[in-house]
Each structure stands twice: as structure tokens, then as C-alpha cells.
Write a protein that binds this ligand. Structure first.
Ligand SMILES: Cc1ncc(COP(=O)(O)O)c(C=O)c1O
Length: 359
């Protein structure tokens, strides 16, 4: 068996020890005589798996009892529509800060349900930054401000969160669990699982309980936060195996020392990569240094005609999924929790060698 260094933006690399444990438990979970995949979600064994996962996630992120933690489906994309239906009436406005493609998609979806009010955007500088907070023109009739805390395609990340008299909503799909955050700064956080949390198919929603009493009557039951909370996220069949695997990831994170320890590792991995890009005349980062993501590192070769050779030669030595998103081109290394420091070192060695050969 040869495992590659996988820099995919998602679904993405998972910690090897988690996959090994899943393999060991695959055919017979805890002497139940069956795989977790084959279990009823109503069985005592699965309910225990599910509640342990929730408890560990609460522990990792220090989530208080005033928040629901939901394990849903539909990806972050479903949440683009679900939260306006849960939190706002058709006449309401939700303020949006636009820092890239995922912000724009969230805005487009919200517009179907209420007024999406763009209060700041970095589109004019090619989505290379977070617009200065002083320049945000907050709406007078909006209770909420939505941000995408880490733009997966552009590699732009909020380093600090705004402190506003409004309720902050964050799409944290590509960074939840990569660093410690203060949950109390947010009314709602949502994230698709397939980057730092586990396999695709699971979506995490962390929402303040007091915000969950005004869902529109037409909100589909599976996306109704209150209804799902009252059913322990099992209003219908949940994505049981993804939930179980996410639980293994949470245990792995706790064993590593929790999110403070993980954040340190992630900062180091990202810093090493940005330092190398910065020190070279061959590579270039398109993102304002103040907002460079620790999770998704886009970079360009100054001579674009070498892009293909870069990707081909990287692939040959087991460095995969380095092609940048088709909308921006160049390269992108996604270095989520499951991507080891060793994988980043292998990439750095390759980049140096490639530069020596072609530079
Ligand atoms: C920041 C961000 N938001 C939303 C999405 C959409 O997520 P999903 O495909 O789970 O709906 C993605 C997917 O990559 C993402 O990176």
C-alpha cells in the first residue's frame, strides 16, 4: 500500500490513525457483530457513538449549554438557505461581507429567502483580503452579519472576528477545528465536514438556542434547527458512518492536546509554506499577507507555462491535488488537520527542487 500526500481542498486527507481505527472496527464495532454502517441509528450502540461525538465536539470548542450542536446533511450549501429560513422573515435583511466565491454563493442563496445586503466586498482587489472593518456599511435593519471565515478557493482568512452589535454568522467549512475560537462571539456557525471534521455527508451546525424560535412554517423539517435539536439530529436517518468517523477525529484531536495544540501545528505548517513562497522569486502568493489562510495556501508559479510540469512532477512523487481551483488557476495546497507536517515538508522539498531545475 502506498498512501500519497493529499493536498485536496475537500473531501480531504484524514488522519491515518483515524482511518486505521475505522478499519479495525469496520466489520465488528465494539463486539456488536456489525459495522457501524449497518447499525440502526436508533440502536443503543449508535446513540452512544453519536452522543460521545457531540460531547467531545463541545469539549474541543468549549460550547456552552446555550447552543445546540446539530449533525445534519446537505452540506454547507444547504445551510446557505437553511439559516435564512430559520432566522429571518422575507422582509428581513442579512448583512454579508464578501471575501470570495463561497461568500458569493451564500449571498445568492440567501437572496431567494430575504434581502442579502452586501456591506463590504474585496471583489475589486480580486478577493485577496478581508475588507477593513471600519469600511463596512452595516445595514440599519439587519440583525445579522454573515462571513465566510476562511475562503477555501482564494485562501483568505479572518484572523480576528469582528466585535459588532449584531449577531455573527460564520461559514467555517474549511477551518472549523483548525484553531481555537470563542463560540460566544457567534450566533451561528456551520461547516461541511469534508475538510477538518470527517467524510463528506455530514454538516455541523452550532447555533444559539434563543435564535431558534422563528423558523418559517415552510422550512423543511430536516433543516429546522429547533425540530432537529429536539430530535437529537435524528429527525430522519442521519449520516451515521460520517458521524461515527467525525467522532473518531474528535477523539484524535483531544489526544493531540485539543485545539490549542492543533492550532500551533497548523500555524507552523502554514508559516513554513508562506515563508518559502515569500523567500522565492519563482513562486508568488496572491493573498494579502495579513489574511493568508492557514488551511488553504494558493500560490502561483511566476512562469505559468511551467504549471503543467509542476503538477505532473509533483504527482509522480505522490504529492497530489495541488491544482488551484479552475476559477483562479495556479496551485493550491490545502493543509487541513489531517495533512501532516511531514507532508508539508515533502511539498517544500519538491518546490525547492523544482525551482532549482527550472528557475
Ligand atoms: C467555505 C465553503 N463553504 C461552503 C462550501 C460548500 O460546501 P458543501 O459542498 O458541503 O455544500 C465549501 C465547499 O468546499 C466551502 O469550502
Amino acid at each position: 500500500m502506498v498512501r500519497v500526500h493529499n493536498f485536496s481542498a475537500g473531501p480531504a486527507a484524514l488522519p491515518e490513525s483515524v482511518l486505521e481505527r475505522a478499519r479495525a472496527e469496520m466489520l465488528d464495532y465494539g463486539s456488536s457483530g456489525m459495522s457501524v454502517m449497518e447499525m440502526s441509528h436508533r440502536s443503543g450502540v449508535f446513540v452512544e457513538i453519536a452522543s460521545r461525538a457531540e460531547a467531545n465536539l463541545r469539549d474541543l470548542l468549549k460550547i456552552g449549554e446555550d447552543y445546540y450542536v446539530l449533525f445534519l446533511q446537505g452540506g454547507a450549501t444547504a445551510q446557505f438557505s437553511a439559516f435564512p429560513m430559520n432566522l429571518a422573515s422575507p422582509e428581513d435583511s442579512i448583512d454579508y461581507v464578501s471575501t470570495g466565491s463561497w461568500s458569493q454563493k451564500a449571498i445568492a442563496e440567501c437572496s431567494k429567502y430575504c434581502h442579502a445586503n452586501v456591506i463590504a466586498s474585496s471583489i475589486e482587489t480580486g478577493f485577496d483580503r478581508v475588507p477593513e472593518e471600519a469600511d463596512w456599511s452595516l445595514g440599519s435593519n439587519s440583525q445579522f452579519v454573515h462571513i465566510c471565515s476562511n475562503e477555501t478557493i482564494g485562501g483568505v482568512q479572518f484572523k480576528e472576528f469582528p466585535s459588532l452589535d449584531k449577531i455573527l454568522i460564520a461559514d467555517m467549512s474549511s477551518e472549523l477545528l483548525s484553531r481555537q475560537i470563542n463560540i460566544n462571539d457567534f450566533g451561528l456557525i456551520y461547516a461541511g465536514a469534508q475538510k477538518n471534521i470527517g467524510p463528506a455527508g455530514l454538516t455541523i451546525v452550532i447555533v444559539r438556542k434563543d435564535l431558534c424560535s422563528m423558523a418559517r412554517p415552510e422550512t423543511p423539517a430536516v433543516f429546522n434547527y429547533r425540530a432537529q435539536a429536539e430530535a437529537d439530529s435524528m429527525l430522519n436517518t442521519p449520516p451515521t458512518y460520517s458521524w461515527y468517523l467525525a467522532g473518531l477525529v474528535f477523539e484524535w484531536l483531544l489526544e493531540l492536546g485539543g485545539l490549542d495544540a492543533v492550532e500551533k501545528i497548523n500555524n507552523e505548517k502554514a508559516q513554513n509554506l508562506y515563508d518559502a513562497i515569500e523567500a522565492s522569486d519563482f513562486y508568488d502568493s496572491p493573498v494579502d499577507p495579513r489574511y493568508r489562510s492557514t488551511m488553504n495556501v494558493p500560490f502561483k508559479l511566476k512562469d505559468e507555462s511551467l504549471d503543467e510540469a509542476f503538477l505532473r512532477e509533483a504527482e509522480q512523487i505522490g504529492l497530489t491535488n495541488l491544482k488551484g481551483h479552475r476559477s483562479v488557476g495556479g496551485m493550491r495546497a490545502s493543509i487541513y488537520n489531517g495533512v501532516s507536517a511531514g507532508a508539508v515538508h515533502a511539498l517544500l522539498d519538491f518546490m525547492k527542487e523544482f525551482e532549482t531545475k527550472y528557475g
